[in-house]
Each structure stands twice: as C-alpha cells, then as structure tokens.
Design a protein around this ligand. Structure first.
Ligand code: C2E
Ligand code: MG
Ligand code: MG
Ligand code: MG
Length: 285
C-alpha cells in the first residue's frame, strides 16, 4: 500500500507509529489492570560474599505474572510504568513486599530494592520508604536501595539531599550498573555510596578483553579506596569469579551462584541463612 513516493513512505511510517502508540496504550491499560488485580511478584537473587560464600543480600526483581503472557520481566513494562506514573503505586508495592519478606529472614541478611529516577520525582520517597520499614518492622540497615547513575544526571541538588535523608535513616545506598552512565566518577565524591555494583556488560567480557580486565580491576581498587563494598553483577562462569576473587572484589551476583527465584522457592530450597555457606551447585536452578 505504501507508494514509492514521499507521501507513501510517510503514511507507512505513520501507520507504524499508530501501531506503536496503540501498543503502548494497551500496555498502560494492562498495567493498571494488573496492579489492581495484584498480578505482580518479586523474585530474589542472592549476592554472595566472594571470600566466605555467605549470602549478604537478596535483590528483589519485579515480575508480572500475566494471565495470558505468563511471567513477564521488568524490561518490557518498567519504562511504560515510569512514563505513565504507574511506577508510583507499583514501586510502593515492591518496597512494602520486599520489606515484609526480608523481615522474616535472619539478620544481618539484607534486601536490595531497585528505584527508578521517576520514583524520586513523584511524591515523597523518603516517607514511602519509612512507612514500608515501619509497617514491616524491618531495621533500616537491612534495606539497601539500588539507584542508577541516570538518577544523578538531572535534579542533582534535590536528589542528593533525598539520598542523604535516606542514608541518615540508616538505609544503605548502592550505585547499580556502575560504569554504564555518563559521568559515574563525578558522583562518587558527591555522595557516599555504600556499594558499587559493576555492570554486567563488563563482567561478561572478563578474561576476553584485556582492557575490560584492567577497568574492572581499577573499579574494584576504587571501591576499596573509597571504603565502598564492590559487587560484580552478571557472574556466569567460574573464571569470572576467579578473576574477581583474585582482585578482592567483595561480592558477586549472577547465574553462577543463583538465578532470581520466587520467595516461596527460597524457603523450600536453600534457606536465606547468612551464617551458612551456600553450595553454588545447590543454588543453581
Ligand atoms: P538490575 O537492577 O541491574 O538487575 C539485574 C538484572 O540482571 C536482572 O534482570 C537479573 O535477572 C539479571 N541477571 C542477574 N544475574 C545475571 C547473569 O548472570 N547473567 C545475565 N545475563 N543476567 C543476569 P531483570 O530481573 O530482568 O531486571 C532488569 C532491570 O529491571 C533491573 O536491572 C532493574 O534496573 C529493573 N528492575 C527490576 N525490578 C525492579 C523494581 O522493582 N523497580 C524498579 N524501578 N526497577 C526494577
Ligand atoms: Mg539492581
Ligand atoms: Mg544492575
Ligand atoms: Mg539495570
């Protein structure tokens, strides 16, 4: 139907756009329905201490148990949730559920919760976090918030003061996907992060690209110098863990030692007991 002339090409493009807009609207309606129906669940992935193999924390990763599409990952709906403001109720639910779950684990095991920049713009995130901790009766130091560098790109003044208020409450702050943003290093001295999580795109190229090896070694050294815990994300093979261990990386997270699993699976399988070392083979699913 699209003709070879300019107008035809434009109409073809327009139809494609309409389809995209329609798909977005549909996803937004579906999200509203799914939130109202309580179709969201949290899966948890362990972060192990590399030296002792003990589990330090579980990261809460949001999933949508969709009645027709099955289990849907966050990459397909988080952006639309952010753009429509639905991340506010959804993020509040995540925080409440994660704190409730963690309150049943043995201290000092922590829970790590991801926050989007959109959540910092809408409403009072400090109150939201405080209410979730209070309702679950969870000590603030058992909660770790993961933010990305993109949060600090804009609204830096307010964002930094919000982060400071959260930290003053006793909550720990981690920088997620470290190294992928635009000016990661600039923020390291502006805010005392408790943890740096090296992005998995680096880890995936360890022992493959010498430059990546050098960068990862340097990030670990930087974390040591700044007194921050360094966690490597996306560790899939033993050789990567060996490299990280030889550079004294503190923690690892990845399919090698545990894929994200439902909370029920945690209770039935390996217990979230920080005092007990986990057999990596047992943790694999
Ligand atoms: P993230 O916070 O960087 O989470 C780590 C992602 O890497 C997870 O993807 C996890 O399943 C995946 N992963 C872990 N180990 C490995 C590995 O060894 N290999 C590979 N290839 N991947 C691994 P997931 O669950 O799809 O989450 C994607 C992103 O969605 C998260 O990235 C986070 O930015 C966002 N997200 C997840 N849950 C929430 C939430 O509750 N709220 C918000 N705002 N964002 C969330
Ligand atoms: Mg994360
Ligand atoms: Mg990450
Ligand atoms: Mg990410």
């Amino acid at each position: 139907r699209a003709k070879a002339d300019g107008r035809g090409t434009f109409r073809f493009f327009e139809e494609g756009m309409n389809r995209a807009v329609h798909a977005r609207l549909q996803l937004e309606q579906e999200l509203r329905r799914g939130i109202a129906q309580g179709e969201f669940v949290l899966h948890y992935q362990p972060q192990h201490d590399l030296a002792t193999k003990e589990i330090r924390s579980y990261e809460a990763l949001l999933r949508w148990q969709h009645p027709r599409h099955g289990l849907v990952g966050p990459d397909t709906f988080i952006t639309v949730a952010e753009e429509t403001g639905l991340i506010e109720p959804l993020g509040r639910w995540v925080m409440q559920q994660a704190c409730r779950d963690a309150a049943r684990w043995l201290p000092p095991l922590k829970v790590s919760v991801n926050l989007s920049p959109a959540q910092f713009r809408s409403g009072d995130i400090v109150a939201m976090v405080a209410e979730a901790l209070e309702a679950a009766d969870l000590e603030p130091d058992r909660l770790e918030l993961e933010i990305t560098e993109s949060l600090l790109l804009n609204h830096t003044e307010t964002t930094l003061s919000t982060l400071s208020r959260l930290k003053a409450m006793g909550v720990r702050i981690a920088m997620d996907d470290f190294g992928t943003g635009y000016s990661s290093l600039a923020y390291l001295w502006q805010f005392p992060f408790d943890k740096l999580k090296i992005d998995r795109s680096f880890i995936g190229n360890l022992n493959v690209d010498r430059n990546v090896d050098a960068i990862v070694a340097a990030i670990i050294g930087l974390g040591h110098s700044l007194g921050m815990t360094v966690t490597a994300e996306g560790v899939e093979v033993e050789e990567q863990a060996k490299f990280l261990e030889s550079h004294a990386c503190h923690e690892i997270q990845g399919f090698l030692y545990g894929t994200p699993a439902p909370y029920a699976g945690l209770l039935a399988g390996p217990r979230p007991d920080p005092k007990r070392g986990l057999d990596p083979h047992e943790a694999r699913h």
